[in-house]
Design a protein around this ligand. Structure first.
Ligand SMILES: Nc1nc2c(ncn2[C@@H]2O[C@H](COP(=O)(O)OP(=O)(O)O)[C@@H](O)[C@H]2O)c(=O)[nH]1
Ligand SMILES: [Mg+2]
Length: 205
């Protein structure tokens, strides 16, 4: 596998970021990649623990600090741990709190700067995870993340159940950002590459 692939995962709390990271790790690992996760959502202790639990379940390493730690330092340590071919793919989990939106966006920009310091071409993909059951304000959220960190792909989580993801589809279209994956459940195997044809068929019922 040529070079190190660095993925940054962003989105609001509860959208499905951490679960999506677990699912991607499972899929990449199954394909033979050595995956390393960075627990840069240090805002809540539970968030760090959740990623660690998924890491154990999937069988991938997780670099984590204490909750409340500097997310930038976690990213730095994660990338250091990946140096010298010790990982093929790094996936960075991030915080999603919105009540301090400005701080969150500054934090994400800082994470981006730390990534770019040693990997100018990275993140190779910045994935925005959207909850398919989300309402209209999903568009505003998506715009905020896009402006701050240049989202390159969307994951529509929670497309199982009753949600058809119409709003999320509109968001992807409005922002001109491709949908990369869809989440279809809470288990590690519940991730599928996005198929536009299937999606439109499902939307049209
Ligand atoms: N049904 C369903 N639930 C999901 C999916 N993705 C995530 N979830 C659930 O949504 C909740 C929030 O997910 P989490 O990954 O913690 O969101 P985060 O705050 O963005 O990291 C959890 O209970 C997940 O199990 C999905 O594709 N389908
Ligand atoms: Mg999370």
């Amino acid at each position: 596998m040529p070079g190190l692939l660095i993925l940054l995962v962003v989105g609001v709390n509860g959208a499905g970021k951490t679960t999506t990271i677990a699912k991607m790790s499972y899929a990449f690992k199954r394909d033979g990649a050595n995956v390393l996760l960075g627990a840069a959502d240090t805002f809540r202790a539970a968030a760090v623990d959740q990623l660690k639990v998924w890491g154990e379940r999937v069988g991938v390493r997780v670099i984590a600090h204490q909750s409340g730690a500097d997310p930038g330092a976690v990213v730095f340590d994660t990338l250091s741990a990946a140096e010298g071919g010790r990982a093929d793919i790094v996936i960075i989990d991030t915080a999603g709190r919105l009540h301090t939106k400005t701080n969150l966006m500054e934090e994400l920009k800082k994470i981006n700067r730390i990534v770019k310091r040693n990997h100018p071409d990275a993140p190779h993909e910045t994935l925005l995870v959207l909850d398919a059951t989300t309402g209209q304000n999903g568009l505003a959220q998506a715009k905020t993340f896009t402006e701050a960190v240049g989202v390159t792909g969307i994951v529509l989580a929670k497309l199982d159940g009753t949600a058809k993801g119409g709003i999320a589809f509109a968001i992807a279209h409005d922002l001109g950002i491709p949908v990369r994956f869809i989440g279809t459940g809470e288990k590690m195997g519940d991730l599928a590459p996005f198929d536009a044809r299937d999606f439109v068929d499902a939307l049209l019922g």
